[in-house]
Design a protein around this ligand. Structure first.
Ligand code: ATP
Ligand code: MG
Length: 410
C-alpha cells in the first residue's frame, strides 16, 4: 500500500481543528499515539495535533479564551473544542540534552518530518491528515505491521538524550505485545544506568503502565529491573514473570502485580522500595498488605470461618486481590483460593456478621448493661465477635448481652 491510499477516520473535533489550521495556511496533522492507535484499529484516547503555526498563531487563531497555554515554551497550546481538549504542538526540533532527560532548548521548524525525527519510536513518529494521508519517514507503518518497537534514528543517542525512553520502550512493547528491535533493545540494556536521570515519580508511572500490560513478564528486562529495584534477586525473576503473566491486566490490577513482583522482599522491603519510588501511601499500604498476607498462605481453618476472619480485617476488594495473587503464586491451590473469594463475596452479599460494627450489640448497649468503658469493653466485644464468627453464638441482642455478662465476669 502506498501512503496516499491510507486513510482512517479522524476524531471530528481534531478534524475541525485541522481544517481551521489549513484554512489559515498552516500545515497541520494528527500525530503520535492517535495515528498509531488508528492504524492498529484501536480507538485513540486522545488526539494530539502538530502544526507549522507558532504557538502565538495558534492562540490567535483559536482565541485565548479557548486555549490553555500549558507548554508554550515547548510549543504546546491546549485547545478546548466541543468539550474536549486537544494539544496542538508546533513542529520542533530539540537542542542538546545535558540532563539526560529534557532538551536544553527547542527550535520551531517548518517541516513535519523534522518534528517526527525527534520522536521516540517509529510507531510513534507518524503524522496524518485527510488531504496528504500518512507521513511516515521512518517506516512506522511497517514496524507496526511487523510488531516491532524501534527507536527513531540512532538508539544509543536517543536513550542518552532522554533515559525515560528506555522505560517507554518496554511499556509500548508490552502494551502491544511487540518485539523490540535488537539494536534498540541492546542500547536500552546498555544505557539503563542512565535511569538515574529520571525522577522516581516518572519511573513509578512508567513501571505501573508496563505492569498493566496483558503479559508484562517478558518485558521486565533484568538489567532494567536491577536499576529500579536493586534489592530484587535476579534468580527470582523467572518465577516473578510467570506469576505476573498469570494475573489480570489493566491499571486497576497494578497493585496486585506490584505485590507479585515485590513479594520476595517481604512486607518491609516492599514498603521501602515503593517509598523510594515516591509511591502514594495508599498504594504502598495496599501492596504491603498483599505481600504480608500472601506470605502467610492459606489458613487451614474451614472455608466459611477463614472467609469471615479475612472479612473481619479486610474489605472484599482486598480479599479478591489477595486470592488472585495467591492463586497465581500457587496454581495448585487455585481452587481453594477461588472458593475463599467466592465465600467472602457471599458473606458480604448476605451481610453476614464479620466485624464488631456488625454485631447486634454495640459499646453503648454493653455500657447500659453495666460493663465499664475502656479496654475491658473492647475485650468483651472481641470475644463476642469471636463467638459469633465461630457460630457459638447467634448474632442476636439478647444472646449477646447474656454472653457479655459472662465474659465480663470471667
Ligand atoms: P499513549 O496512548 O500512552 O498516550 P502516546 O504515543 O500518545 O501513547 P505520549 O506519552 O502521550 O504517548 O506522547 C505523545 C507522543 O509524543 C508520542 O507518540 C511520541 O511521538 C512523542 N513522545 C512522548 N514522549 C517522548 C519522549 N520522551 N521522547 C520522544 N518522543 C516522545
Ligand atoms: Mg498520549
Amino acid at each position: 500500500m502506498t501512503a496516499e491510499t491510507i486513510s482512517f477516520p479522524l476524531d471530528p473535533g481534531a478534524a475541525a481543528l485541522l481544517t481551521r489550521l489549513h484554512a489559515a495556511g498552516h500545515a497541520a496533522y494528527a500525530v503520535g499515539g492517535c495515528v498509531r492507535d488508528s492504524l492498529l484499529g484501536q480507538t485513540p484516547h486522545d488526539w494530539d495535533l502538530c502544526t507549522s503555526a507558532t504557538p502565538e498563531q495558534v492562540l490567535e487563531l483559536f482565541g485565548e479564551a479557548h486555549c490553555i497555554p500549558t507548554g508554550l515554551q515547548h510549543g504546546t497550546v491546549t485547545v478546548k473544542h466541543g468539550g474536549e481538549l486537544y494539544e496542538i504542538t508546533t513542529f520542533r526540533t530539540e537542542g542538546a540534552y545535558s540532563d539526560g532527560r529534557h532538551p536544553d532548548h527547542v527550535a520551531f521548524v517548518p517541516d513535519v518530518k523534522e518534528d517526527l525525527a525527534r520522536r521516540d519510536f517509529t510507531i510513534n513518529a507518524m503524522a496524518y491528515n485527510a488531504e496528504e494521508g500518512l507521513i511516515d519517514p521512518f517506516g512506522g507503518q511497517n514496524d507496526l505491521a511487523a510488531g516491532i518497537v524501534r527507536a527513531v534514528g540512532e538508539p544509543q543517542r536517543r536513550f542518552e538524550e532522554d533515559a525515560l525512553r528506555i522505560l517507554r520502550l518496554y511499556r509500548f512493547a508490552a502494551r502491544f505485545g511487540f518485539a523490540i528491535d535488537p539494536a534498540t533493545g541492546q542500547a536500552a540494556r546498555a544505557l539503563c544506568r542512565h535511569l538515574d536521570c529520571v525522577s522516581e515519580e516518572r519511573i513509578a508511572e512508567e513501571l505501573s503502565r508496563l505492569l498493566a500490560a496483558p503479559a508484562p513478564g517478558a518485558y521486565l528486562e533484568a538489567e532494567v529491573l536491577a536499576v529500579i529495584f536493586p534489592e530484587l534477586d535476579a534468580a527470582e525473576l523467572p518465577e516473578s514473570r510467570r506469576i505476573l503473566d498469570a494475573l489480570e491486566p489493566g491499571m486497576e490490577h497494578v497493585p496486585v502485580r506490584l505485590a507479585a513482583l515485590l513479594c520476595p522482599l517481604g512486607e518491609a522491603g516492599a514498603r521501602a522500595a515503593l517509598k523510594r519510588l515516591k509511591c502514594s501511601n495508599a498504594l504502598t499500604g495496599t501492596v504491603a498488605t498483599l505481600v504480608r498476607e500472601a506470605a502467610a498462605g492459606m489458613p487451614g481453618a474451614a472455608l466459611t470461618l477463614t472467609a469471615k476472619r479475612f472479612l473481619s480485617r479486610y474489605d472484599l476488594a482486598t480479599i479478591t486481590n489477595l486470592t488472585a495473587l495467591c492463586s497465581a503464586r500457587h496454581p495448585e491451590q487455585a481452587e481453594a483460593f477461588a472458593a475463599l473469594q467466592q465465600e467472602a463475596a457471599r458473606l458480604v452479599e448476605t451481610n453476614a456478621c464479620c466485624r464488631i460494627n456488625q454485631l447486634a450489640v454495640n459499646g453503648r448497649d454493653l455500657m447500659d448493661a453495666g460493663i465499664r468503658p475502656g479496654p475491658g469493653l473492647r475485650r468483651v466485644l472481641d470475644a463476642l465477635l469471636e463467638q459469633v464468627l465461630t457460630g457459638q453464638l447467634p448474632n442476636e441482642k439478647a444472646a449477646l448481652l447474656a454472653a457479655a455478662a459472662q465474659v465480663a465476669a470471667s
